[in-house]
Design a protein around this ligand. Structure first.
Ligand code: GDP
Ligand code: MG
Length: 206
């Protein structure tokens, strides 16, 4: 463990987050609110972009890299490359649009397929289900209970946000980064463990 700490000294960790979800749900608005503390009403809907920001996570300097996808990834190969490069996913729908909620299932499945995990190991992929536009309560089409039930079924956390009022915006990004960091720590811990298979094998040879 100490060796690993030393290895990482002077090197800030970088967490790669991908925004997924159908068009118009607020992926760009959430990203820009997190990045620049402002609500952008009319961000170009076809534009995918990436952003980087310094953050402090658990008292340590870190960086977040956000890829804001735009649904123009017509070629599955491009989309798959995006998903493959991601370490964590904010899967966004709008609480005012039930079809965007239905779409989240496809996004989830695509991510798990690209990451090569099945439902038993899906917990290793940092993923949050985000119901955005919580300020538009009067236009709600997806109940909190339905979204929560779906999240429970997938074994993920559900959080409602508003890119307009900034409600829970920091929370979803920081919660996800925390999950990514935990997964990375697990991988390091696993690689620290003595390889029992190898030890056993060399004993036999000796
Ligand atoms: P994207 O296609 O998922 O990137 O969606 P955008 O971020 O471009 O947002 C689509 C529209 O919804 C824009 O007009 C935004 O201003 C609006 N919008 C996004 N998030 C919110 C929100 O939390 N509340 C409200 N009221 N409008 C939002
Ligand atoms: Mg956008």
């Amino acid at each position: 463990m100490a060796a690993n700490k030393k290895q990482n000294a002077g090197q800030t960790s970088l967490h790669k987050v991908i925004m997924v979800g159908s068009g118009g749900v607020g992926k760009s608005a959430l990203t820009l609110q997190f990045m620049y503390d402002e609500f952008v009403e009319d961000y170009e809907p076809t534009k995918a972009d990436s952003y980087r920001k310094k953050v402090v996570l658990d008292g340590e300097d870190a960086q977040i890299d956000i890829l804001d996808t735009a649904g123009q990834e017509d070629y599955a190969a491009i989309r798959d490359n995006y998903f493959r490069s991601g370490e964590g996913f904010l899967c966004v729908f709008s609480i005012t649009d039930s079809s965007s909620f239905d779409d989240t299932q496809d996004f989830r499945e695509q991510i798990l397929r690209v990451k090569g995990v099945d439902s038993t190991t899906a917990g290793s992929i940092p993923f949050l289900l985000v119901g955005n536009k919580s300020d538009l309560e009067t236009n709600r089409q997806v109940s909190q209970a339905d979204a929560q039930q779906f999240a429970d079924k997938m074994g993920v956390q559900y959080v409602e946000t508003s890119a307009k009022t900034r409600n829970n915006v920091d929370k979803v990004f920081y919660d996800l980064m925390g999950m990514i960091q935990q997964e990375k720590a697990k991988v390091v811990a696993d690689s620290d463990k003595p390889d029992k298979a190898k030890t056993g094998c060399s004993c036999i040879i000796v």
